[in-house]
Design a protein around this ligand. Structure first.
Ligand code: GLY
Ligand code: MN
Ligand code: MN
Length: 467
């Protein structure tokens, strides 16, 4: 948790931005896995609740009555049974005081507060919910059916939260640096463990354990797979095979809930083949190019498009693409190889604020997502970069057999693709390289003091040093 003053300051700013009405920020509840007392763990608090109320406990709701400048932390104190099974915790009043909130009340008071405000015709501001139990709570409170809650949420509140959470404070950057340091340990441990015969699940489990051993956990389900062409391929029981590539996309979420998200793609036997190296070096060049372009005032959409053009140029040189580069990119032909966006915001959520709706987080009046074009429609961040934004830079080149067959059959973008050559790459897999970048005064920098090796020679040297 940050200092009490942090939360006081943030809530005051939120009040200014929202202007009037009553803000309710729903904390998360425990989520049962296979029976009520066996919950998914670790408990994950809602990130916006954490941002303004700091408390990492289930069953809390933050209320900010903007018209009366009255803040209340709502929740039930635990009873003797809870103490017997789980030990004592702070009272809700103590938790409120820790984050500078003057009032606390039991959960039964939430509806009383909301009903009173609604009776006076005051606006109740809530964020779009994403958990079903929260939707039921909101339905009981506001009488809005879950199917309508997203549409009827407070746009003003949503935009205020996005404005504040998008620009990271120094102390948030420090937390992300901590997450990056754990991410470094996770990735370099994977590099040490990779060798033919070891299962993907074994390495995936070991690197998750690294995060846990630092009091952190994975910032999302670890991706560790020889099928790098599957964007979010979970580790399987398959054994690593010499000659193949293995893609590792993982990160840590610190005890204070800030994330890292990095990807590396390694040769199982420690040395890239000539064919792997040709593709790998293109991804490295795209990764570095994005760093060159990213600075305040530049649209991330333009960085993405710049990378797509460079990639297309290089794939043309290898004979995999052909024709005019600009036309190919405009038609979306590059999405055969890169079917996702260059990156996303990162913070407390690894895809930061995605629950608040990507169109508002990553775009604005000036930059619009292209929702029609395959590949480009997956770009989660397109708007102008600002100092203090943290975004990922994660280009990749994938050879997806089903996509090759699909486009070949339909003739989609045939003008720019060499399908005969693509056929010979169907056993290639996929490559992604990902780092997290902070936008600075006049450019950007990587998060993380130690660089996880990514230039081909550095990866090979590191892996050789582990033998
Ligand atoms: N780990 C998923 C992503 O990179 O967006
Ligand atoms: Mn990732
Ligand atoms: Mn990512």
């Amino acid at each position: 948790m940050f200092s009490k003053e942090t939360y006081i300051r943030r809530r005051a700013r939120l009040q200014e931005l929202v202007g009037d009405g009553v803000i309710i920020l729903m904390g998360n509840n425990e989520s049962p896995c296979n029976y009520p007392n066996n919950t998914y763990y670790p408990f994950r608090q809602d990130s916006s609740f954490l941002y303004y109320f700091g408390q990492n406990r289930d069953g809390l709701v933050g209320v900010i009555d903007v018209d009366n400048n009255r803040e209340t932390l709502i929740g039930d104190d635990i009873d003797i049974e809870d103490i017997v099974w789980y030990g004592s915790v702070d009272s809700v009043a103590d938790m409120a005081a820790q984050v500078g909130v003057a009032n606390s009340a039991p959960m039964s008071q939430l509806k009383v507060i909301v009903d009173k405000a609604r009776a006076k015709g005051r606006t109740i501001h809530y964020l779009p919910p994403y958990r079903h139990d929260t939707m039921i709570q909101l339905m009981d409170l506001l009488g809005i059916h879950p199917s309508q809650q997203r549409a009827q949420c407070s746009h003003k509140l949503r935009m205020a939260v996005i404005e504040m959470r998008s620009v990271k404070e120094d102390q948030e950057i420090e937390e992300m640096e901590r997450a990056a340091a754990i991410g470094y340990q996770m990735h370099t441990t994977a590099m040490r463990l990779i060798k033919p015969g070891v299962t993907e699940k074994y390495i995936g489990g070991q690197i998750n354990g690294i995060a846990h051993s630092y009091g952190a956990h994975e910032s999302f389900g670890t991706i560790f797979s020889q099928h790098g062409e599957i964007m979010h391929g979970a580790p399987s029981l398959a054994k690593l095979e010499a000659g193949r590539l293995v893609l590792c996309d993982c990160g840590a979420e610190t005890v204070n809930n800030y994330c890292s998200d990095n990807t590396r793609t390694m040769p199982v036997n420690g040395k890239y083949t000539q064919r792997q190296r040709e593709i790998y070096d293109i991804v490295v060049e795209c990764h570095d190019y994005a760093l060159e372009l990213s600075k305040p005032g530049v649209k991330y959409m333009d960085v993405h498009m710049g990378v797509c053009r460079l990639m297309t140029e290089r794939l043309k040189a290898l004979g995999l693409m052909r024709g005019d580069v600009d036309e190919a990119v405009a038609a979306g032909a590059h999405a055969m190889f890169l079917p996702h966006g260059l990156g996303h915001m990162m913070g407390m959520d690894v895809h930061d604020m995605e629950g608040l709706d990507q169109i508002y987080v990553g775009f604005d009046e000036e930059t619009h997502p292209n929702l029609e074009q395959f590949g480009t429609n997956c770009l989660r961040m397109g708007r102008r970069l600002q100092k203090g934004f943290v975004v990922t830079d994660e280009p990749g080149i994938y050879f997806i057999p089903a996509l090759i067959d699909d486009w070949r059959r339909s003739g989609h973008c045939a003008e720019w693709l060499n399908f005969d050559l693509l056929e010979t790459y169907k056993d290639f897999g996929g490559i992604r390289i990902e780092d997290d970048i902070l936008i600075t005064d006049d450019g950007c920098r990587f998060l993380g003091k130690d660089r996880i090796p990514y230039h081909a020679k550095d990866v090979e040297d590191f892996m050789a040093g582990c033998k």
